[in-house]
Ligand binder design. Structure first.
Ligand code: FES
Length: 177
């Protein structure tokens, strides 16, 4: 026997929505949960690879004053030294930032100053003189002596830090070191 509507020619069973059974409902819930979990994993992976720069998150920007960190003639030529800088921002507890300083020659103005903060997730990088690299202890990121990224999860170079020599003192200015 033909079940089609003779007037329209359509099968009335085909246009009736299927009833929502318990099994279908649970399957839909499972698919939704799996989709949400997938999005979470993707977001976490992207944040691991491209962590948000603290510089982008801060507004308004605080322009730090220069701070003296060392007398120029106490810094040996050709040797990286690590210095901590007091934060000028209203942070509680106050954060210490660190910079790596290299005196490149006898000229008092010949300094290279890099942030010691890894651009991946903010750990402090260490200078390894035998490898001539900055190495991050957290996830193994490495940077060249000029601060450029060499390997690992970081996607950006170490930040170059504003500096100047004044009255025999090396002065640095950073709000993101
Ligand atoms: S914080 Fe992850 S590599 Fe430095």
């Amino acid at each position: 026997m033909d079940s089609q509507d003779p007037a329209s020619g359509a099968d009335p069973a085909a246009s009736t929505p299927a009833p929502v059974t318990r099994r279908r409902f649970l399957a839909a819930c499972g698919k939704s949960a799996a989709a949400l979990a997938s999005v979470g994993v993707i977001v976490a992976a992207v944040r691991f690879i491209y962590p948000p720069s603290r510089r982008w998150l801060r507004w308004p920007r605080v322009v730090a004053p220069f701070q003296a960190i060392a007398a120029v003639d106490t810094l040996p030529v050709g040797e990286w030294k690590l210095f901590s800088i007091a934060s000028v921002e209203d942070e509680s507890p106050p954060k210490k930032r660190s910079v790596w300083v290299l005196r490149e020659g006898d000229n008092a103005n010949a300094f290279r100053v890099l942030s010691a903060t890894c651009t991946h997730a903010g750990c402090q990088v260490a200078w390894k003189s035998t490898r001539k690299l900055f190495v991050c202890p957290c996830h193994g990121g490495t940077f060249e002596a000029d601060g450029n990224r060499k390997s690992g999860p970081p996607q950006r170079a170490l930040a170059a830090v504003d500096h100047q020599v004044k009255d025999g003192q090396l002065m640095v200015r950073t709000d993101d070191a």
